[in-house]
Design a protein around this ligand. Structure first.
Ligand SMILES: [Zn+2]
Length: 254
């Protein structure tokens, strides 16, 4: 299926850390690769609810070390190993390697096991290739989500179709992160953290609208990581952006 040229975004969930539904985790379908972006504690339920099985996931990347983004990775790794005898690729930002190792090793690295028994581990500086024509670029946002925390967004490229999308992951100081500066004429979407209350660690919806108005088409913004009780359609109408819905995949083509 390598010739299938598109980027398909599967939202496993769209909620924040305290959602009663599923955390803001995604499966990015890039040709025959399926990249899991973040593995929160709700992954054990959100993955099967979206119709995926563990061995479907070829690749994993973790954007930062909050539990709604990494808390489900230990169980994910154990299920892959013990229930499926399956070893996915884990792409680790170099700067995050110590933190991620610390997070995972107490549960996983027992009995002489190391991370590389569970995953094909790859350390990434700024960019990596997936399959024949997909690429993933890391967009560091250190201290711009939470102070003293490493975090990053992602830019996903289909180099054959010549399109890309941008994903902020969790972001508070989005003006400083300036994701619009990473956008180009081939950028199809900006998946953006939006919050309906003011908090230092997430992007207040009104501030997002104010910042991007006049810079980019607001329709290119896909709001995510929002509170359980918002009215999605009303929000879309009010602000002129799109809101990501759990288990409603979005396909981007030329
Ligand atoms: Zn976070």
């Amino acid at each position: 299926m390598e010739g299938r040229q598109m980027i398909k975004v599967n939202p496993l969930g769209t909620g924040g850390a305290f959602t009663k539904y599923y955390h803001n985790n995604y499966i990015m379908e890039l040709g025959d690769r399926k990249l899991l972006v973040d593995a929160g504690t709700t992954l054990r339920s959100s993955l099967p609810a979206a119709g995926f099985n563990y061995p479907d996931i070829t690749d994993i990347i973790i954007t930062h070390l909050h539990a709604d983004h990494v808390g489900g990775l230990e169980e994910f790794a154990q299920r892959c190993m013990y229930l499926h005898q399956y070893k996915p690729h884990l792409w680790i930002r170099e700067e995050l390697s110590e933190g991620l190792n610390n997070t995972l090793s107490s549960g996983l690295c027992t009995d002489g096991l190391s991370l590389s028994d569970y995953f094909h581990v790859h350390y990434v500086k700024d960019r990596f290739r997936l399959g024949s024509h997909y690429e993933v670029e890391l967009l560091p946002t250190d201290n711009l989500h939470a102070k003293n925390m490493l975090s990053m967004g992602l830019k996903l490229y289909d180099t054959q179709e010549n399109i890309n999308i941008i994903y902020t992951s969790d972001i508070g100081k989005h003006e400083e992160a300036a994701f619009d500066t990473h956008m180009d004429e081939n950028t199809k979407a900006l998946f953006h953290d939006i919050s309906f209350i003011k908090t230092p660690v997430h992007s207040y919806i009104e501030d997002v609208i104010a910042y991007y108005t006049g810079k980019i088409e607001l329709q290119a913004i896909y709001g995510m990581h929002y509170a359980d009780d918002i009215d999605i359609t009303e929000t879309e109408d009010k602000y002129g952006i799109q809101i990501v819905r759990t288990n409603l995949p979005i396909v981007f083509k030329k």
